[in-house]
Design a protein around this ligand. Structure first.
Ligand SMILES: *Cc1c(COP(=O)(O)O)cnc(C)c1O
Length: 384
């Protein structure tokens, strides 16, 4: 075994392993350094920083004057729950499009909040069926909203949010999007897709640290949502109206997270916004797919459905391939991957997002190659 003792782990600025996960992600040193101060939540500088952050997030979705960002303390799911429970009225009914864990989670949130739902579910490797959606909308006029996940991180599949939005507009339905793992990397024009609201968070493609969710809401929809909320803390209308009155959060904001997000947004703009960031991730994804396929791994999704966010690979069909050993060996070599949570296939995932580029992706492939050697698995290029 000593023959296979790994070389020094992949070198990083912090000595921490690279996170090839769906978030939290590897962030830049400057984003982390932004947190080396303390701010009072009523401090004028902090209030101004927060305001700038919210305005920039709205711009990324091309929200213009029609939209406003309402932040929500917590992880991304807090923002999704805030969006669903604040914007869907008590008598609403939501068509929930499910092809993975995050669609199912939205359904669960709506069940708990006692909102009626109709579910259109497809397999984890299949986008929703637009014809079926239209048939459901025709047959069930009581539907008030459609909920969709932009990139379903469970598999990494890209869902057709524009086409779904066109149907929402045609049938006069509200449209709520979980764009958590795509926001900032894949273009999403809130007005063009006819969205009522788009939920995302600080710690995915914007490359901030975890702790703040946000919902980019149409102002008129938000204004009409008073009294819908089922909880105090997740009430978007109340959070928004308090900003209008005081510029401040109702409850303690994650000050460090927000200041780091401000720095992350600067770096996002310097990289060229959505096209720059998305371009780097597409390149990461291409390197990963080419390299892993050459080593014998088969991706779950065909290219046309693969978002450049996270890639699901089938486990190798070789008795010597031991996932736990593979995972631990990669970690030792400086890379954290993610187990799969698919029902359609035994799989694992590797992310393309975060402050990583070609050097990190090639380093990860070297580590994968080494682990195959360690396990005595021969690399046989996968058939398409
Ligand atoms: C990450 C993610 C979320 C939020 O997950 P949290 O663990 O609450 O941050 C929601 N939807 C999608 C599609 C995601 O990728």
């Amino acid at each position: 075994m000593s023959h296979f003792k790994p070389a020094a782990p992949f070198e990083t600025e912090t000595g921490d392993p690279i996170l090839l996960t769906p978030g939290p992600l590897t962030t830049s040193r400057s984003v982390k350094a932004a947190m080396l101060h303390d701010w009072g939540s009523r401090d004028a500088n902090f209030v101004a920083t927060n305001k700038a952050v919210l305005a920039q997030l709205c711009e990324i979705a091309n929200g213009g004057e029609d939209f406003v960002t309402v932040p929500m303390q917590g992880s991304g799911t807090f923002a999704v729950e805030a969006m669903l429970t604040s914007l869907v009225p008590r008598k609403g009914k939501v068509l929930v499009l499910v092809n993975g864990a995050y669609g199912l989670r939205a359904k669960r949130i709506l069940d708990i909040a006692a909102r009626k739902t109709v579910v259109h579910q497809t397999a984890e490797d299949a986008p929703p069926d637009l014809k079926k959606i239209e048939a459901i909308l025709k047959r069930t006029p009581s539907i008030t909203h459609i909920f969709a996940v932009h990139c379903e991180t469970t598999s990494g599949i890209l869902n057709p949010v524009e086409e779904i939005g066109a149907l929402a507009a045609k049938y006069g339905k509200g449209y709520l999007i979980d764009s958590m793992s795509a926001f900032g990397a894949l273009p999403l024009d809130a007005r063009a897709v006819h969205a009522d609201a788009v939920a995302a968070s600080s710690n995915k493609c914007i490359e901030g640290v975890p702790g703040l969710g946000f919902v980019i809401c149409r102002r008129d929809v938000l204004a009409a949502s008073q009294g819908n909320a089922t909880t105090l803390v997740l009430d978007l209308h109340d959070q928004w109206s308090n900003f209008g009155k005081t510029g401040q959060y109702r409850f303690t904001p994650p000050t460090h997270v927000i200041v780091a997000l401000h720095q992350a947004l600067r770096e996002f703009a310097a990289e060229g916004g959505v096209s720059g960031r998305g371009g780097r991730y597409r390149e990461n994804c291409r390197i990963l797919l080419d390299g892993m396929t050459a080593l014998g791994f088969r991706p779950l999704l065909p290219e046309a459905l693969q978002a450049p966010i996270i890639v699901t690979f089938h486990m190798l069909d070789d008795p010597r391939f031991d996932f736990q050993r593979f995972y631990d060996g990669l970690k030792e070599r400086g890379f954290v991957i993610y187990p799969g949570k698919l029902t359609v296939a035994d799989s694992f995932r590797m992310g393309c997002i975060g402050r990583i580029g070609e050097r990190e992706m090639r380093g990860a492939l070297d580590a994968v190659r080494e682990m195959l050697e360690v396990m005595g698995v021969e690399a046989v290029p996968a058939q398409a």
